[in-house]
Design a protein around this ligand. Sequence first.
Ligand code: ZN
Length: 188
Amino acid sequence: MVGTQTDPRWDNIIGKEWMCSSCEDLHTGIIDLAYDWPDHWNGDKAIHLNNKLTRDAENILTEDFCVIGGEHYFVRCIALFPLQGYEDADFGIGLWSSLSKENFITYVEHFDSDEQDHLGPWFGWLSNAVGLYPDTLNLKLKVYPQNDGQRPEVIIEPTDHPLAQDQKNGISYERLTSLYDFMGHTVN
Ligand SMILES: [Zn+2]
């Protein structure tokens, strides 16, 4: 299916390589942004590559999990945003959600299985301040575990918060390129 495009500025980045004037890398199309840890993490920023260490750790950060003080549990997720004025493409932000201890343990135990989507949805609190938006910490999330090793998808509680609105209605070209700029990637 050919998508409907009503904002021609998306052609500046979609379906092509674009030279980033901030990091001076060549990016391809829509690039996702990501946070490597929840904002609550004050520990070592070296990320453990072994998720199996998570089970017994009091304080740990891996690519997928974070435990703080043996009582706060976080998982790395992805929030997908449609684009305003362009169908057939999404923008994603890798961000962290809290989970209850019970749901976190369930998730860790099922992590190596290919079938996780029956586990959720779970409740979580958004655990990153997403740049440019009014305070996003502790927005309410529904966390949907995915199959085949994909990170859980989150749906932000539908409120009038701009981040929730952007997930529901689509992110505009202006907002996305401003967000890129803020995160160190500049579209000329
Ligand atoms: Zn860049």
